[in-house]
Design a protein around this ligand. Structure first.
Ligand SMILES: Cc1cc2nc3c(=O)[nH]c(=O)nc-3n(C[C@H](O)[C@H](O)[C@H](O)COP(=O)(O)OP(=O)(O)OC[C@H]3O[C@@H](n4cnc5c(N)ncnc54)[C@H](O)[C@@H]3O)c2cc1C
Ligand code: SF4
Length: 506
């Protein structure tokens, strides 16, 4: 017999969604409820982070940060640990545009309400414009390039407290300056009595009756940083009156698919989007040193509504940069040798939420991602690449690396030919490096069980005890970085969970 644990509310996952729900539901503990958060990953001690690229990637990321889609055209980056992907996010803190939330057309979810909640979490996480001295040359060049072209780059808030400008955000902040659920919401929840168990993977969700039953496997091996689970290793069965699924937009749909609900909810796993992205590099004649300071500060999004892409200043480490530059041989070598002189821009495409873009499970029940780069997405990425090349050259770059150009290096003398040099016909999926880190959909909110999985309150259709509270709720892709919107939606869902538990959240 496996030990049986009985709780009022169990939350699965501790990222932007799960960590938020834990904090929002913490007042229930004082009202006599038992609230438990189960996290598959371990607790990472920032003091032990070295910034070493390969070691940090293995420590934080699933699949080393490159979970391939089934057709191997896109690699997916997400973290597993207490704090989820907020451990490795950059901290870009944006509120969603009204047209996206209005376009969801969900009665009971207004843009004003979402923004109000994002503002609450932005304040909790200390999101603010970073001071000029932390904005490095790489970011200023993006802003100057835009300005020279008559485009307005917007500075965005970053959620840091005491940032030392080490630029290591995507490898986990060694200075504990970046604020995520591991720094803010989970400690607040624990202080109020929410139980948090790490190394605890929910392997199955059994559906039936008035509550949920979870099979949980606790890993006894200590985390490389020494943290261990609060529970002894082994299998547990958790009975909960309310279950909140917040395992992220890959694992939440996978758990639901494993639970056998697909016949009644055919939309599980479907309408999945990820903001496919290219890391682009422009070579300058002088050192840029983009790896000192904070990595990201500006976005240019004036064309996102019409052209479905947006650009952000960015900086990536040598290993990721090498992986993301298309091609091999002398051109690749030339750019890597110029690493200190590289300016970088991230192109993100707003992909359509389509039923065939989906999370599925393999024979062993593990998630697989059936995602195809569609012609409209490729067109958006190509338009974005051209726009980025213009910014690089306007900022003074001598050459630009464009994945959808052959040869991929475009010299300054070819500046006038960007439309013919960068083309969709040269965007060959599988030969071009595309990565993604903004997973949205798979358990989308909606009105009908025919094309959605949950209600606008995150309650799974037909199962009032089961909730979803993470990026998988999104009906369509946002046009900005998503973490604050995920927190806002998770907070909204927490209110529905509290209602079910007979408690009103203020
Ligand atoms: C490198 C990188 C940079 C990013 N930068 C930004 C940014 O600057 N701004 C922004 O807005 N967004 C950014 N994002 C995206 C943002 O981090 C995510 O959208 C957000 O964290 C997703 O929240 P979530 O709750 O859906 O999932 P996650 O945060 O991924 O959390 C899911 C959690 O569930 C756990 N879990 C999974 N399965 C199980 C299971 N079976 N049992 C128990 N636990 C389980 C996982 O271990 C994980 O901890 C970035 C992402 C990455 C990877
Ligand atoms: S730049 Fe700031 S937030 Fe990012 S890792 Fe360094 S100290 Fe942390």
């Amino acid at each position: 017999m496996h030990p049986a644990i009985h709780v009022d509310v169990v939350i699965i996952g501790s990222g932007a969604g799960g960590g938020t729900v834990a904090a929002s539901l913490a007042p229930l503990v004082a009202a006599g409820k038992r609230v438990l958060l189960l996290e598959k990953g371990g607790r990472i001690d920032p003091k032990q982070l070295t910034g070493a690229e390969v070691e940090s990637a293995a420590l934080h990321y699933a699949h080393g940060g490159a979970h391939p889609t089934v057709d191997r055209t896109v690699t997916l980056a997400y973290a597993e640990g207490l704090g989820g992907s907020t451990l490795v996010y950059t901290g870009t803190s944006m509120t969603p545009p009204e047209r996206v939330i209005a376009g969801w057309n969900l009665p009971g979810l207004s843009h004003a309400d979402v923004v109000k909640r994002t503002e609450k979490f932005a304040a909790q996480n200390g999101a603010a414009f970073i001071p000029d001295e932390l904005i490095n040359e790489n970011n200023w060049l993006f802003q100057k390039g835009c300005e020279a072209l008559g485009r307005e780059a917007r500075q965005f808030p970053i959620n840091v407290r005491g940032c030392k400008g080490s630029s290591l955000c995507n490898l986990g902040c060694p200075n504990n300056a970046k604020q995520g659920t591991a720094q803010v919401q989970i400690p607040a929840a624990m202080a109020q009595g929410v139980e948090v168990v790490t190394h605890a993977q929910v392997t199955a969700l059994r559906v039936g009756g008035r509550g949920g039953i979870l099979d949980v496997q606790v890993d006894g091996a200590p985390h490389p940083h020494g943290s261990k689970s609060a529970w002894t290793a082994g299998r547990y069965v958790v009975h909960a009156n309310s279950v909140v699924l917040a395992a992220g937009a890959i694992h939440s749909p996978a758990l639901l698919l494993r639970s056998g609900l697909t016949a009644e909810l055919p939309a599980i796993g479907r309408f999945w989007t990820c903001h496919p992205a290219h890391i682009l590099a422009g070579e300058h004649d002088r050192a840029i040193d983009g790896f000192v300071g904070h990595p990201k500060s500006f976005v240019w999004e004036e064309r996102v509504e019409a052209e479905r892409y947006f650009l952000e200043s960015c900086m990536y480490f040598p290993f990721i940069t090498a992986k993301n530059l298309t091609g091999f041989g002398p051109d690749h070598e030339r750019l890597m040798a110029a690493y200190e002189r590289l300016q970088m821009i991230l192109v993100l495409a707003c992909d359509d939420a389509l039923p065939e873009q989906r999370i599925d499970i393999d024979g062993g029940g593990q998630p697989i991602v059936r995602y195809k780069l569609m012609p409209k997405t490729i067109e958006a990425m190509v338009r974005g690449t051209r726009a980025a090349a213009e910014i690089f050259f306007a900022a003074g770059a001598s050459a630009v690396h464009a994945p959808s150009a052959r040869p991929t290096l475009i010299e300054r003398t070819e500046n006038a030919d960007l439309n013919t040099r960068i083309t969709t016909s040269q965007f060959l999926p599988g030969t071009i490096s595309v990565s993604a880190a903004h997973f949205m959909g798979g358990c989308r909110m909606g009105v009908s069980p025919r094309d959605s999985v949950t209600s606008v309150r995150g309650q799974v259709h037909g199962h009032d005890w089961l909730f979803v509270a993470d990026g998988s709720l999104f009906p369509t892709a946002l046009e900005i970085n998503p973490y604050l919107t995920i927190m806002a939606l998770a907070d909204h869902v927490a209110q529905a969970v509290a209602d079910r538990e007979g408690h009103t959240l203020t």
